[in-house]
Ligand binder design. Structure first.
Ligand code: UDP
Length: 319
């Protein structure tokens, strides 16, 4: 099986590449290294069946030819992190929408199986917990920059579903809920690597708002195999599927827990959202996935706990 992973030098893409190589499959990583890093691919380099191309999928005619030569495409290239989304909305929208269109149209042209990574952000500020795939979504106004990420990824979902319905594209969307693990960098938001870095350095731990907002953190080593299983499951084609953990934790508890686990004496500092981002920034209060669909389709079970995630990140050499 030959696979092409856009955004393959990113945190999730590199774990997926390793997973596929470990299963004896071939992998071509395609990445422009805008946020991905070659160091993420250290374990892939030199493995049989691995190759990479450093180039922008939206501006390289060779990309379509590469899609033609593989069996499966994983589209993970996207803008990453709330900080980047808020700081650079033009880049976010272009990356998400043009990247998905180029990739989906090439996959549709050659009838290739494709997985498109979407995000729990697509649910917006919906309040019906847990979030199921067919639930309504609820966004803030277009004047609030954060929502451009949710809406541009929702457009990617619409595109895949449209290509599936009108061109018979064999594709599936995965909505990833706060995927975390080794190699995730703290630069673009990403609360767990940030808290770990702050606690390790004895720096103040920056809890945004009052810390009562909650998230569910899914270990990348549970998520990568699920992505692989989904794209090969015929019943999943033309579907949108939540992937992640349903173990919920508040951000304040997370900060305290990481501090305790590292034996750190860091202080916790509450930072208003307006200061952390920009005036009028909106956050989601809760975000919990309903994972019944993934369970039904591929027997998905998030086996690794929050402590496994924290311990694995602490143990990794990257931080
Ligand atoms: N957060 C925080 N301090 C930080 C970074 C993030 O309190 O230094 C909060 C953020 O406001 C959000 C949660 O942690 O409520 C998760 O943030 P992240 O950027 O990791 O992912 P999101 O769920 O917002 O996409």
């Amino acid at each position: 099986m030959r696979n092409l992973i856009t955004g393959g030098a990113g945190f999730i893409g590199s774990h997926l590449a390793e997973h596929l190589l470990d299963h004896g499959e071939e992998v071509i990583v395609w990445d422009d290294l805008s946020t991905g890093r070659m160091s993420n691919l250290a374990r892939c380099l030199g493995k049989t069946g691995f190759s990479y191309v450093i180039s922008d999928i939206t501006h390289d005619p060779a990309f379509e030819k590469a899609v033609e030569r593989v069996d499966v495409v994983y589209h993970l290239a996207a803008a990453v992190g709330v900080q980047l989304v808020v700081n650079d909305p033009v880049r976010t929208i272009k990356t998400n929408i043009m990247g998905a269109e180029v990739t989906l149209s090439a996959a549709a042209k050659f009838g290739k199986r494709i997985f498109v990574a979407s995000t729990s952000e697509v649910y917006g500020k919906g309040t019906k917990i847990p979030f199921a795939e067919d639930d309504d979504v609820l966004y803030g106004p277009t004047t609030k920059r954060r929502w451009n990420y949710a809406i541009s990824k929702a457009v990617d979902e619409f595109l895949l579903l449209a290509y599936h319905e009108s061109h018979g594209l064999p594709g599936v969307v995965g909505r990833l809920f706060n995927t975390v693990g080794p190699r995730q960098v703290p630069f673009y938001g990403m609360v767990i690597p940030r808290f770990i870095e702050q606690a390790k350095n004895g720096a103040e731990m920056t809890v945004y708002g009052d810390g009562s907002q909650s998230r569910c953190f899914g270990h990348v080593l549970d998520v990568a195999p699920a992505i692989h299983a989904l794209v090969h499951n015929d019943k999943a084609l033309g579907e949108v599927v939540n992937l992640g953990s349903d173990q919920e934790v508040t951000i304040l508890h997370l900060a305290e827990h990481i501090r305790e686990r590292l034996g750190s004496s860091s202080e916790i500092r509450f930072v208003p959202y307006d200061v952390a981002f920009r005036p009028g920034f909106e956050d989601m209060q809760r975000r919990v996935p309903d994972i019944a669909k993934a369970r039904r389709l591929i027997g998905f079970e998030p086996r690794r706990t929050l402590d496994d995630v924290i311990d694995d990140i602490i143990a990794s050499e990257q931080i």
